[in-house]
Design a protein around this ligand. Structure first.
Ligand code: SIN
Length: 306
């Protein structure tokens, strides 16, 4: 019997394959296309204190082995999330992790306080301190150890639910930010968010993204994600959720070997919203062929050269 379950804090997930924030809407849009009960967890789209329209178009462009986005945190705001979405999660079997974003410490805290004040089956929060597409907040927190620590500490006081800090690769030393989150009480980190990039049209000579720069995701960034996870795993002892360019079961295994305990699939959902089901099937096949009973045993198992 192959066991794909993984544990994080006091929660057991049916498998280690989650869907990444911003790539699966609020988790309820595509139930007819996808059997969401097969997903390890759904991380919902970033929610801010007030509704946001996001950045003007063009805000998504395809690149070699990836995609650039500069959505700018378009979302319905926390009040509508509470009244319109949280009630719909009650009937879902899939664990829901709410992603939150803010432009100040107080904004992040206000969101959490609002959500904590209502009854919900949300199992935790992923805190977006790594969005490269907004002028205030977002990545501003995730590139600064001190701010990361203060925010984590403040949010920790507001919730006993799972608290995951989502880290940016656009830093000199991601392990220093992960350590700050760990010491301030985070339950886990997720790594990595997108890598700052740019697209230019040679004929029109125009930037392909209205905001000039965007966040690069997809297979192009998998090696960056793997290195980040491996470095954090070497330095910190908190659980890591790996993100970046996952499209198949072997990609998941690579992230687990690098030190992750679970992964988030992002950009691949845009090509095929059912891809996570295929990835989970891949994992069964991998475990069967490699004679692995428990997938959680793979975490951190990469052999590096001396
Ligand atoms: C965006 O809304 O611009 C993307 C979210 C992110 O990169 O965190």
């Amino acid at each position: 019997m192959i066991d794909l379950t993984v544990k994080l804090k006091n929660i057991t997930f049916r498998n280690p394959v989650f869907v990444a924030s911003g790539t699966f809407g609020y988790g309820i849009e595509i139930p007819d296309l996808v059997d969401i009960s097969r997903l390890g967890a759904i991380i919902t789209k970033s929610v801010t204190l007030h509704p946001r329209e996001g950045n003007p178009p063009p805000r998504i462009v395809e690149t070699a082995s990836g995609m650039l986005n500069s959505i700018g945190l378009a979302n319905v705001g926390v009040d509508r999330y509470i009244t319109e979405l949280i009630p719909r999660y009650e009937s879902l079997e899939t664990p829901i992790i709410m992603n939150i974003a803010g432009s100040s410490l107080d904004e992040y805290t206000a969101i959490l306080r609002k959500v904590e004040s209502v009854s919900s089956n949300i199992i935790g929060y992923e805190v977006n301190i790594s969005c490269p597409n907004v002028k205030k907040g977002g990545m501003q927190f995730g590139v600064d150890r001190e701010l990361t620590a203060r925010l984590t500490e403040q949010l920790r006081k507001c919730t006993e639910r799972l608290l995951i800090m989502k880290l940016s690769p656009n830093v000199t030393d991601i392990t220093a930010i992960a350590a700050a989150a760990e010491n301030a009480g985070a339950d886990a980190v997720s790594a990595i968010n997108t890598v700052v990039g740019m697209g230019i049209d040679a004929i029109t000579r125009k930037s392909k993204i209205y905001m000039t720069y965007g966040g690069l995701s997809g297979p192009a960034i998998k090696p960056i994600g793997l290195a980040a996870v491996h470095k954090i795993h070497r330095k910190c002892s908190l659980p890591i959720i790996g993100i970046g360019g996952i499209t198949c079961g072997n990609d998941v295994v690579e992230y687990l070997l690098a030190g992750a305990i679970a992964v988030e699939v992002g950009t691949a959902n845009f090509r095929n919203p059912g891809i996570v089901q295929a990835i989970v099937r891949d994992l069964y096949t991998y475990c069967k062929e490699q004679k692995i009973d428990q997938i959680s045993g793979l975490s951190g198992g990469v052999e590096t050269y001396p």
